[in-house]
Design a binder for this molecule. Structure first.
Ligand code: SF4
Length: 395
C-alpha cells in the first residue's frame, strides 16, 4: 500500500509526537511504500504572520525524524514546498470543491464558533469599558473631538490587553477553559488559507495516489473530504485518483507534565532535544495525584501522570504493579516514585539523544537527504500532474 502523511514544522518533537505519530510511521515504513513530508505550507495556514522561525523549525523536524527512526532508505522524506506540484493540484481541486464542504468541516466549524464566542467576550468587555472611559473623561477638562480621536484606539488597546490576560491565565473564565483556541487562533485564522487547508491536504495525498493515510479520529473528516474530492474529480474528468483509506491506530496516551495534553504551548512537554538535566527538572516538577499531599497519604495512580509514564517507561511489569500498590497504601512517596520513573525515561531517551547529537553534527547530510527525497517526490508528482492536465484539457 502507498501511504502518505505529513507533519507541520512547529518546533522540536516531544514524547507526545513520538507515541502519537512517529512510532507508527516507523513501523509503517517497514511494511509499505511511504511518503512523509514536512508540511511547511500547512504551517502557514495558522502562523503566517511569524515566519522567522520557520526555517529553523523545518530543520529541527528533519533532525527529529531521522533521530526517531524515519529512514530515507525506506521512506521518501521531503519538504512540501519543494514540490510545487502540490500547489498546482490544490488550485485545480479548489475549482471543483464546493465551499459548503469546507464550511462543514468540523475543525473549521469549531474554530469559527470558538472565535465568535471570544470576539463576543471582547466586544462585551469593550462595551463596558467605553462607559467607564467616558465617565472618566467627563471628569477632566478635555475637548470632545480630542477624546473621540483616541477613544477607539484606547479601547482596542485595552481589549487587546484583556484578551492577552485571558490567554495568559490572569483572568480565567469557565468559558475559556472549554474553548480549544489559542491567542494566535483568535487573531489569525479567519483566512481563505485556513478554510481551504483540507483541499491542500487532499492534493498532498492524491498527488502521490496515496492509498492509506495514518490518522487520529479527529482527522477522519479530512480524509473523507479527500475521498469526496477524488470522486468528484474522477467523475468530471475520468478515473485518475484512488480513494485513500484512513488508517486508524491506537496510540498510548502521553500526558504533559501537568496532566493535560502534551503541548509546546502548554509548556508541559518533554522534548527529545532536552538535556538529561532538563528532563530531570521537568520530571521532579510533574503533577501527581492532588489528594496525595504528604508522603504517607494514599494516592490514586490511575489519576497520576507520573504513573502513566511508569506504564510506558518502566520495563518490569511487576515493578509497576508494586508501585500501584505502594501508592495506594501510602507506602510510596511521590519524590521516590518520580526518581524511579526517571530511570526508565532516561534509558528510553538516552539513545535518541546520542543519535540526535550525531545527526546535528552533520546537518548538511540532513539537508541532502531531504533534497533527494524532494526530488524523488517531485518525479512522481509531476507524472500525476501530466495526467491531470491532460484529463482537464489544460495547456
Ligand atoms: S506515588 Fe507515584 S503514582 Fe502515586 S501519586 Fe505519587 S507520583 Fe503518582
Amino acid at each position: 500500500m502507498r501511504i502518505v502523511s505529513g507533519m507541520r514544522p512547529t518546533g522540536k518533537l516531544h514524547l507526545g509526537h513520538y507515541f502519537g505519530v512517529i512510532k507508527n510511521w516507523v513501523k509503517l515504513q517497514d511494511e509499505h511504500e511511504t511518503f512523509f513530508f514536512v508540511a511547511d505550507w500547512h504551517a502557514l495556514t495558522t502562523a503566517y504572520k511569524k515566519t522567522s522561525d520557520l526555517k529553523r523549525n523545518i530543520r529541527e523536524l528533519m533532525i527529529d525524524w531521522l533521530t526517531l527512526g524515519l529512514d530515507p532508505q525506506k521512506s521518501i522524506l521531503f519538504v512540501q514546498s519543494r514540490v510545487k506540484e502540490h500547489a498546482e493540484l490544490h488550485l485545480l481541486f479548489s475549482m471543483i470543491t464546493p465551499k459548503s464542504w469546507l464550511e462543514w468541516n468540523p475543525t473549521y466549524k469549531d474554530m469559527k464558533y470558538n472565535l465568535l464566542r471570544l470576539q463576543d467576550i471582547a466586544l462585551q468587555f469593550k462595551g463596558g469599558l467605553r462607559d467607564v472611559v467616558r465617565e472618566f473623561m467627563n471628569m477632566i477638562p478635555y475637548k470632545v473631538e480630542d477624546f473621540e480621536r483616541f477613544e477607539e484606539h484606547l479601547l482596542d488597546d485595552l481589549a487587546e490587553t484583556f484578551i492577552s490576560a485571558l490567554f495568559e491565565g490572569e483572568i480565567e473564565p469557565e468559558l475559556l477553559k472549554n474553548l480549544n483556541v489559542s491567542k494566535r487562533d483568535f487573531y489569525e485564522t479567519d483566512t481563505y488559507g485556513f478554510l481551504g487547508y483540507p483541499v491542500l491536504q487532499a492534493a498532498d495525498i492524491l498527488i502521490y495516489k496515496g492509498q492509506g493515510v495514518p490518522v487520529g479520529e479527529d482527522q477522519l473528516p479530512h480524509i473523507e473530504l479527500t475521498r469526496e474530492i477524488a470522486r468528484r474529480f474522477n467523475h468530471l474528468y475520468g478515473e485518475i485518483f484512488p480513494e485513500p483509506e484512513a488508517l486508524l491506530t491506537e496510540t498510548p496516551k502521553v500526558p504533559g507534565t501537568d496532566g493535560r495534553k502534551m503541548s509546546k504551548s502548554y509548556n508541559n512537554a518533554i522534548f527529545f532535544a532536552d538535556t538529561e538535566e532538563e528532563v530531570k527538572t521537568k520530571v521532579m516538577k510533574m503533577f501527581t495525584d492532588p489528594q496525595k499531599l504528604r508522603r504517607n497519604d494514599p494516592g490514586r495512580p490511575d489519576l497520576c501522570p507520573v504513573f502513566m509514564y511508569h506504564k510506558l517507561f518502566t520495563k518490569d511489569s511487576s515493578k509497576i504493579e508494586q508501585i500501584d500498590r505502594d501508592c495506594r497504601s501510602g507506602k510510596l512517596g511521590c519524590v521516590d516514585c518520580k526518581r524511579m520513573m526517571l530511570e526508565g525515561l532516561e534509558a528510553f531517551l538516552k539513545p535518541f539523544r546520542e543519535k540526535r547529537e550525531e545527526i546535528e553534527e552533520n546537518v548538511r547530510d540532513v539537508e541532502e537527504i531531504f533534497l533527494e527525497g524532494s526530488s524523488k517526490a517531485r518525479e512522481l508528482a509531476s507524472k500525476t500532474m501530466e495526467e491531470v492536465r491532460e484529463a482537464m484539457n489544460l495547456g
